[in-house]
Design a protein around this ligand. Structure first.
Ligand SMILES: C[S@@+](CC[C@H](N)C(=O)[O-])C[C@H]1O[C@@H](n2cnc3c(N)ncnc32)[C@H](O)[C@@H]1O
Length: 290
């Protein structure tokens, strides 16, 4: 029996006690899975056969400390365990960058579909944060040149560390600066730009849940008065930055689709369209430079 092995009945009583202390059951079970290696399947097995023992990757007392910290000041569990699974890898996360969101996972599928026929090319991830988009593109387009940009040095360093630990030999450069600006040398040569900019209108930031508002960088959330300050800059820049036939794929807030699509059309972009996220919300805007 490993030192973190515990009797099934005791484990289930402890789990019940923790859930009764507050918070969401789904979050507690997420912590069990990602923090302690107890998957949903393991949980079902022990519920069916509580006479068995269950093995945890970290001591139960440590897990309890993490849960209680989360309840006390709403610190995101991802910050407390310093990691977050995303698509087919696990990222180091910290308070310096946005915790990658589930809806952004599908942004990658939307982007990859557009360039499926291009073996070589140049991509950019504008506002890379902890690096989820850049790492996915690097993995899926290994023969391309990649560029990850962020205005936060801490976020950029985190993204670089994540890329090194997940895909050490990737051909990706990291640039500090404002959207397209640090990539000036390559303007006109990008075949794909994927971006998830800050898009929450400033007046809604105060209304976000404490777990977000008090712990995630506002630089990653606040999209200015109409929530589209950054998106507009990126779209306008795309008319210079993209290669002929290059694609821009942009994630936006739930109610911005029409305005973003119109802007893309108004500046002469082609093949302008949208895709919905897994909840059926128009979440991704797509366009192509003539
Ligand atoms: C919504 S977060 C997205 C992070 C990451 N791409 C993801 O999906 O998890 C937006 C990112 O844009 C960065 N950012 C904000 N303003 C910027 C600017 N002017 N130029 C470049 N990056 C910026 C933030 O630091 C943040 O990392």
């Amino acid at each position: 029996m490993s030192s973190n092995s515990i009797d099934g009945n005791k484990f289930l009583q402890w789990r019940k006690k923790m859930i009764l202390k507050g918070g969401r059951k789904i979050d507690f079970d997420w912590l069990l899975d990602i923090g302690a290696g107890v998957s949903w399947g393991d949980l079902q097995n022990i519920i069916l056969k509580p006479e068995n023992c269950i093995s945890l990757k970290i001591p139960i007392i440590e897990l309890e400390g993490i849960w209680l910290s989360h309840l006390k000041d709403q610190t995101p569990l991802q910050h407390l365990i310093s990691k977050c699974p995303w698509r087919d890898f696990e990222l180091e996360v910290s308070a310096e960058a946005l915790i990658p969101r589930q809806e952004t996972e599908f942004l990658i599928d939307v982007a990859l579909k557009k360039v499926a026929n291009l073996k070589f090319g140049r991509w950019a991830d504008l506002g890379t944060g902890s690096g989820p988009i850049a790492i996915s593109l690097a993995k899926s387009l290994p023969d391309w040149n990649g560029h990850a940009v962020d205005i936060s040095k801490d976020a950029l360093d985190l993204a670089e560390r994540n890329l090194k630990s997940i895909f050490a030999n990737a051909n990706v450069s990291f640039s500090l600066g404002d959207w397209w600006e640090p990539l000036e040398r390559w303007w006109g040569s990008f075949d794909l730009v994927v971006t998830n900019p800050p898009y929450i209108p400033s007046n809604l930031i105060e209304e976000l849940e404490p777990v977000v508002k008090n712990h995630e960088p506002h630089l990653a959330l606040d999209g200015g008065d109409d929530g589209m300050y950054s998106s507009k800059k990126i779209i306008l820049g795309a008319s210079i930055g993209l290669n002929q036939g290059g694609w821009l794929i942009l994630e936006h807030h739930y109610d911005q689709s029409e305005k973003i699509i119109n802007l893309m059309k108004n500046i002469g972009m082609e093949e302008v369209s949208f895709e919905k996220d897994i909840s059926g919300i128009k979440r991704y805007a797509i366009c192509r430079k003539k």
